[in-house]
Design a protein around this ligand. Sequence first.
Ligand SMILES: Cc1cc2nc3c(=O)[nH]c(=O)nc-3n(C[C@H](O)[C@H](O)[C@H](O)COP(=O)(O)OP(=O)(O)OC[C@H]3O[C@@H](n4cnc5c(N)ncnc54)[C@H](O)[C@@H]3O)c2cc1C
Ligand SMILES: NC(=O)c1ccc[n+]([C@@H]2O[C@H](COP(=O)([O-])OP(=O)(O)OC[C@H]3O[C@@H](n4cnc5c(N)ncnc54)[C@H](O)[C@@H]3O)[C@@H](O)[C@H]2O)c1
Length: 473
Amino acid sequence: MSTSESTYTPTLTIIGGGPGGYEAALVAAKLGAQVTVVERKGMGGAAVLTDVVPSKTLIATADSMRRVQRAAQLGVDLGDVEPRARMSEVDHRILQIAGEQSRDIEADLERRGVRIVRGRGRVVGPHQVQVTPEGAEEPSETLTCDAILVSVGASPRELPTAKPDGERIFNWTQLYALEDIPEHMIVVGSGVTGAEFASAYDLLGAQVSLVSSREHVLPGEDQDAAQLLEHVFASNGVNVVSKSRAEAVERTADGVRVTLSGEGAAQTPTLEGSHCLLAVGGVPNTEDLGLEEVGVRLTDSGHVAVDGVSRTSVPSIYAAGDCTGELALASVAAMQGRIAVAHLMGDAVKPLRKHLVASNIFTSPEIATVGVTQAQVDAGECQADVVKLEFATNPRAKMQGISEGFVKVFARKGSGTVLGGVVVAPRASELIWSLALAVTHKLHVDDLADTFTVYPSMSGSLAEAARRLHVRL
Ligand SMILES: Cc1cc2nc3c(=O)[nH]c(=O)nc-3n(C[C@H](O)[C@H](O)[C@H](O)COP(=O)(O)OP(=O)(O)OC[C@H]3O[C@@H](n4cnc5c(N)ncnc54)[C@H](O)[C@@H]3O)c2cc1C
Ligand SMILES: NC(=O)c1ccc[n+]([C@@H]2O[C@H](COP(=O)([O-])OP(=O)(O)OC[C@H]3O[C@@H](n4cnc5c(N)ncnc54)[C@H](O)[C@@H]3O)[C@@H](O)[C@H]2O)c1
């Protein structure tokens, strides 16, 4: 540990090289810390290697299928050509992009002087991390440091009666070895992961069934958006089996059988398909990490308990990302990592502001949100006026053949300060930024309304919604 004030160079050991870990490493190195990242798989973490990057790359192919299909409506004659994704090429591209992204991150870290140690890290003291190389029985080294950042992420939750085998029954990390489009993919779980994959495989040409434990898909998201997505699913022939839980998934001679329970099971007790994807949530990778032994408090769900500046119950140990049970988003993990470093280095630090987080569900159409939610407004948790505008009347949407989607803006009652919004549209992920900017900087609806938008553009509807929320003084 460093002792002299004048030459103080804090040493930081980070366990986990995902967005929580690598972003923290980059910032800490820039601020002059000596940083070591211990990672058992590859830099970029699950976000880059198995979760965000692969799924969004698959969705990019699915989206190009959607655009080709829509081209006919716009007058393009595709002849007799039936667009078809060549799955082995798609998978190859996915893995290549993920690998490249991981190597780019690694090179960036090394360029900034961050030491990368391959292996499994375990906390053995408030200032000590032991590293065991993959496949080895004994630790290879013990790192001593001023502070530790735990950013070990999460892994797919497994059901005891539905073991993924990577051939017919998958978790989301195993999907990228498929040689062909599945004939009938049964997706279990209608959270964000399940909805995104159901949407992608539908566009790629698979028959899709989606097992939803609740009445509607995407519980917890904006219900107007969720219902619109359900409507799109129904129009495309996706079979949403609601109020049903998968009790078991087993292999049959040429596919899978999913046994259901719950209200929906009265009508559909079993589903037969060619493949099954389990998207039933994740569990934090905190088991056997040594945390409780050194006094770090875990929650009942096994997440690391942290405060707004990523501190755990042990002063020298910070935590960031999915292992903390905060919003499970790459952007939030990265922000928590940066905040931890700022706090450690005595830099200016603002606690994590969850109400400012912008996020996007990469279904077709995409669903992007920021700030307060309709549920909060309906529950009276905040006093807001709401305007919802359908994109159906937007000229750019008409030109592009977009008939479904909307923008919703929430503004504080009486004052007109922008509090939040929802955009449902292709590329909603890009449109939400103007609302995120408004929410973060407490802009007024008039600030949005008075800003020029391009004519014709989808963002014209955002400005129009703001205009309708004008507060007359
Ligand atoms: C299918 C899917 C799609 C998603 N899409 C999006 C999206 O589009 N946008 C978005 O913002 N979020 C998305 N997410 C969420 C996002 O993936 C996570 O929020 C993000 O990965 C969290 O980053 P992290 O650094 O906490 O953990 P991770 O990315 O999981 O990284 C943790 C790393 O720690 C390593 N590790 C674990 N234990 C040890 C140990 N003992 N020693 C050494 N290393 C260890 C792991 O190998 C891993 O590399 C998606 C999630 C899923 C499942
Ligand atoms: N685009 C993105 O930003 C993105 C994409 C994917 C995931 N994520 C993040 O990852 C986190 C986890 O999302 P998720 O969708 O993987 O998990 P989740 O926990 O949000 O959803 C899992 C769903 O599966 C259901 N379920 C559990 N057991 C079941 C069973 N036996 N049968 C049927 N349904 C069952 C649950 O009720 C739940 O609705 C989220 O917080 C999300 O923000 C983000």
